[in-house]
Design a protein around this ligand. Sequence first.
Ligand code: PLP
Ligand code: COI
Length: 354
Amino acid sequence: METMTNSLVVEKAKNSKIHDVDFNNLSFGSIYSDHMLVCDYANGQWQAPKIVPYQPITLEPSAKIFHYGQSIFEGMKAYKDESGNAWLFRPIENFTRFNKSAKRLAIPELPEAYFMEGLTTLLQVENDWIPQTPGSSLYIRPFILASGTGFHASPADEYKFIIACAPSGAYFSGKVKVLIEENYSRAANGGVGYAKAGGNYAGQFYPTQLAVEKGYQQVIWTDDNNHEYIEEAGAMNIFVRINDTLITGPTSDRILDGITRKSILDIAKDEGIATEVRKISVKEVVEAAMNGSLKEMFGAGTAAVVSPIAAFGYKDTDYELPELENSYASLLKKRITDIQYNRAEDKFGWRYKV
Ligand code: PLP
Ligand code: COI
């Protein structure tokens, strides 16, 4: 069942939409490429994947995804270098996390070949959709949804695994201002915070809307116990620089084990930057902002890459971060994107040729 080579059916789209796309003005994740991968789970196993034209899917109203939110996803990017070669960044990490999420949501795990061969074949078909314009990439969204039916609150017996792609530019436009959350929680001990479950994001929308109304782009989630420690943001892990030490919180049941996060930690160590992985209290961050030792805060994630935080709000006060000439954020962003776009040596072995 693991071997899939040559068994992948490719049904080509009759017409391409690519000529309607302005590759110099790409937003994030809002236009989709010509093809997608679809693979059904039925009769107790994953069936042969197919590549088909990007199209709507049909589900019964009783499909469990609609009632119980049984769904997971991943976020990846394909990067094109100056010679036109396409690359992925640490894709096996995404595959491993996908199955971790699947297990937690009682979704049947996927064989590695279905994910990796399916993905690479899809990217070969969609090669022209991988942008070569600066700062752009092909955002890849693998996901699984419960298509099996029934109002009984139990796992579905049928699923769809789909990979869709969207040529994309930056996730954030402009400076990022965040609100440190005091009331709502994103995740709890023993919960699903570490999984990329669709419902984790739906649960963030309302508190984030409240923050957006106050002029912030994202919420920084705090621990669900006392809201004392900063955890992560809606779509990225968080780094804090106090004096010259770069600090990020430990991963846990409640925090997504970000691939960008761990890559940034390795690059920072390679640069000789002092790093700490430990709990960061809101009190420490506020005090550091007040005494001037808080030099930087930034978010890290596949979509967000490295996004400097210009200011944070806490208890009705805004704290501005200084604008640094030689920030860790810009150094680390350059180092990671140079690896992703094949502009520099990949001493860690993270690049993966499509
Ligand atoms: N935290 C959350 C909640 C996310 O959705 C993401 C995005 O995937 C991240 C962190 C960053 O993870 P990664 O670097 O693997 O993309
Ligand atoms: C990613 O960074 O790829 C993510 O999955 C975040 C997403 C919520 C946009």
